[in-house]
Design a protein around this ligand. Structure first.
Ligand SMILES: Cc1cc2nc3c(=O)[nH]c(=O)nc-3n(C[C@H](O)[C@H](O)[C@H](O)COP(=O)(O)O)c2cc1C
Length: 358
């Protein structure tokens, strides 16, 4: 069949569709299990989970499916606490904390879950597929993952990054185009210089590396799948299309905002986390517009400064202050079950193929 590729064979999946890992709660075990049961590859975004939460989710996924699935982590970066920037940002954010009626907590001693502990779970649980973003992976982990026969997928936003990942002996590379929702995976250059559209990025990476490439960014349906395979990709990775599904753990207000939004409604911002990410424009981003980009503390410090605010905003139902990551294919979102999304993608791809053949 046209949709069988070298990558579907490597990953032992039927359909060349990967549901993107989405850290922050959207990729519930139910979503991951449902996509994997349909023959795609469900992925758990575990970047913000501690070891115990990861283990629980993995066990839950295994109860829901016998098919392969992926778990995804963030490669840690050195933490640079730029005190002057932190002081100014803390003052800027105070009005949000006041309006929400909560204290602004001090910066944490430790930033996010510990990567080593997260990796031990990946190794102990013998995960079928491990994907990662924001960097490269140390050899000690690669060796242990290979010994477990865990397939590895890195994320690149440029050809340079793809070459670095290929040098690590990973099994496939996600080519993340600038249309993509969520954080930019850029690690070898600046996020601005790495804003290459999916259509331009995928064939250039395909022509450079010998391993399978996965197209990501703005792909919402069957035409995007077919186009990506035509560009030489072995599969697509789709995030935004799965965000408003019934199984997704995204906040109900986030889901409604996605359904109403159009391609004009997203922006790349560093204001939520200190790292460039594409999300829906909202009041939070608008109010911080006067803050110069180089005055925002780096990731993960800015992430820690805004996290309690975003959590409380979600609790109080204030979507205007939540981070709502989204890609540019927004008109094509719908609230249905993940299986319906999967069926629709394959139906559309088959009709697009028939149209081309006629
Ligand atoms: C809400 C959200 C969270 C995301 N979190 C992650 C993540 O934890 N790890 C990762 O590798 N990619 C993450 N991404 C990026 C996706 O892997 C993928 O590149 C992107 O969703 C593709 O673009 P699309 O949203 O237009 O389909 C996230 C994307 C979204 C929309």
């Amino acid at each position: 069949m046209w949709y069988e590729t070298a990558l579907t064979k490597t990953l032992n999946i039927k359909l060349p569709i990967i549901q993107a890992p989405m850290a922050g709660g959207a990729t519930t075990p139910e979503l991951v299990g449902s996509v994997s049961n349909c023959g795609g590859l469900g992925s758990l975004g575990a970047g913000y989970m501690d070891a115990e939460a990861m283990r629980n989710s993995i066990h839950k996924i295994r109860e829901l499916t016998n098919n392969p699935f992926a778990v995804n982590l963030f490669i840690p970066e050195p933490v640079d606490i730029q005190e002057r920037k932190v002081r100014t940002m803390t003052e800027t954010l105070q009005s949000f904390y006041d309006e929400l009626g909560i204290e602004q907590p001090p910066l944490p001693d430790v930033y996010g879950p510990q990567f080593e502990q997260q990796m031990e779970v990946i190794i102990e649980e013998k995960i079928p597929v491990f994907s990662f973003t924001f960097g490269t992976l140390e050899n000690k982990w690669i060796d242990r993952l290979k010994a477990n026969r865990t397939k590895m997928i890195g994320t690149a936003t440029t050809v340079k990054e793809a070459k670095q990942l290929e040098g690590l002996n990973v099994d496939a590379i996600v080519a993340q185009g600038s249309e993509a929702g969520g954080h930019r995976g850029a690690f070898a250059g600046s996020a601005e210089d790495s804003m290459i559209g999916t259509m331009a990025l995928v064939p250039q990476i395909v022509d450079t590396v010998q391993i399978p490439v996965i197209a990501a960014g703005g792909i919402m349906e069957g035409r995007g799948l077919l186009a990506s395979l035509s560009l030489g990709a072995g599969a697509v990775q789709m995030g935004t299309a799965f965000l408003p599904t019934i199984e997704s753990g995204a906040h109900p207000l986030y889901k409604s905002a996605l359904i109403e939004a159009t391609e004009e409604d997203t922006i790349i911002t560093t204001m939520f986390s200190g790292k460039a990410a594409r999300g829906l424009k909202n009041e939070f981003i608008g109010r911080l517009k006067s803050v110069a980009v180089d005055e925002v503390p780096d990731y993960p410090v800015q992430n820690a400064l805004t996290q309690p605010l975003r959590k409380e905003a979600a609790k109080q139902g204030r979507a205007e202050w939540m981070s709502m990551w989204a890609g540019q294919g927004l008109r094509l979102t719908e609230v249905v079950g993940a299986k319906q999304v999967m069926d629709r993608i394959m139906d559309e791809a088959n009709s697009a193929l028939r149209r081309l053949q006629n």
